[in-house]
Design a protein around this ligand. Sequence first.
Ligand SMILES: Nc1ncnc2c1ncn2[C@@H]1O[C@H](COP(=O)(O)OP(=O)(O)O)[C@@H](O)[C@H]1O
Ligand SMILES: Cc1ncsc1CCOP(=O)(O)O
Ligand SMILES: [Mg+2]
Length: 269
Amino acid sequence: MTETPGTLLAALRAEPPLVQCITNYVAMNIAANVLLAAGASPAMVADAEESGEFARIAGALTVNIGTLSPPFVDGARAAIAGAEAAGRPWVLDPVACQATAYRRRVSAELAALRPTIIRGNASEILSLAGEASRGQGVDGRDPVAMAEDGARRLARKYASVVVVTGAVDFVTDGVRAARVEGGSPFMPMNTAMGCSLTCLCGAYAAVAGDPFDAAIGALAHFAVAGSHAHEGAAGPGSFAPRFLDALHAVTPERLDAEASIQSVEEVSE
Ligand SMILES: Nc1ncnc2c1ncn2[C@@H]1O[C@H](COP(=O)(O)OP(=O)(O)O)[C@@H](O)[C@H]1O
Ligand SMILES: Cc1ncsc1CCOP(=O)(O)O
Ligand SMILES: [Mg+2]
């Protein structure tokens, strides 16, 4: 792996990428702070009046359907067209896509536009892959292992890198696969943690040559920072500021030294 998480983090900090985040009302502030702490430059630019134009100047685009509405979806469509025209990577977060017909329809439409990376919890990836999901609203309720085959199918169908998050994260491009360990059980007790990770996947994709490496880099950065923040945290409340500090404090060298990444042998079909 030439593009290790540490190499990508060094590149990101040397030239902070502009990341256009079309995300939900809950995540906007949290995700912007996560990107700034990590070393990237966030901009929450969502309306169709300008989102396509902005996507052409951003290093990457992220689209999250957490608090979707028809104008929001129009903004996402325009931004995706702009990113595609400019050859920029874009990331889809299909928040709670199992929950309603509207979310199933919009997430399927956006996935069919072939995102560079799709990132969701196991329940969301299961649903996007057409399988039964036990997700409750935005919260994942399925084990990551259950969603791995669905992730592989999605990756092959849309030529995307697919990331399934949970206690141990899984990433696949349909040919290669890996698992990333670390983090903290306080992470799913903090809202918008997954949404923020999706935005960080955009930041890493902006500086990486290979979106599979980018996804692993963002996952490793979250996992290492989450483990550091867990030390001394009394609960989800004190975890949150420690996590921002840890995202900022981790150096490229420590990221490569501490990241726990296992390649998964893939069976060719
Ligand atoms: N039980 C856990 N232990 C450690 N890290 C976790 C755990 N659950 C989730 N995470 C981490 O929290 C982040 C958000 O993942 P997740 O909670 O699955 O997303 P979402 O917020 O979209 O449901 C990821 O970095 C993931 O690795
Ligand atoms: C609570 C909530 N409601 C709609 S979007 C959202 C945030 C979800 O954040 P995450 O998927 O990162 O847990
Ligand atoms: Mg989520």
